[in-house]
Design a protein around this ligand. Structure first.
Ligand code: ADP
Ligand code: MG
Length: 140
């Protein structure tokens, strides 16, 4: 399998509970490398752009509001098959369905406040990384 990069967000429910390091420990234990990282406050416009694919869903407004309630940590993760590997480490969207040891099983509060985002395809990873990082901010 190839070395890939994927985009991650540690969401406001996790930063509020001071879990950035705990989430990062799970990421690193899974063999993924954090090759870019910054803590930011998303604007409503940034959150709407980021989740544009979900704009017709009933939870879109609540999701955008939640993502702007506090700091997030945006990250680029690198590793063998990183896109699928991170989806595995994250666990199911609804923490009630997440497997033992996954980030969402360990930390998520609800289906919305589920602690992390991870890209779902190579195409989306490239788009999402480019929304938040310049090439020279990513150091593998
Ligand atoms: P994932 O983050 O696992 O890729 P989706 O792309 O389907 O999940 O949804 C994006 C985000 O929208 C989820 O991580 C979660 O924060 C929120 N979300 C998804 N489904 C619901 C729902 N039924 N109710 C409230 N929020 C939801
Ligand atoms: Mg998704």
């Amino acid at each position: 399998m190839a070395i890939e990069r994927t985009f991650s967000i540690i969401k406001p429910d996790a930063t509020r509970r001071n879990l950035t390091g705990a989430v990062n420990a799970v990421i690193e234990k899974a063999g993924l490398r954090i090759v870019a990282q910054k803590r930011i406050l998303l604007t409503t416009a940034q959150a709407e752009t980021f989740y544009a694919v979900h704009r017709a869903r009933p939870f879109f407004g609540d999701l955008v509001a939640f993502m702007t309630t506090g700091p997030v940590v945006v990250q680029v993760l690198e590793g063998e098959g990183a896109i699928a590997a991170y989806r595995d480490v994250m666990g199911a969207t609804n923490p009630a369905n997440a497997a033992e040891g996954t980030i969402r099983k360990l930390f998520a509060e609800s289906i919305e406040a589920n602690s992390v985002h991870g890209s779902d395809s190579a195409e989306n990873a490239a788009v999402e990384i480019a929304q938040f990082f310049a090439q020279n901010e990513i150091v593998g």
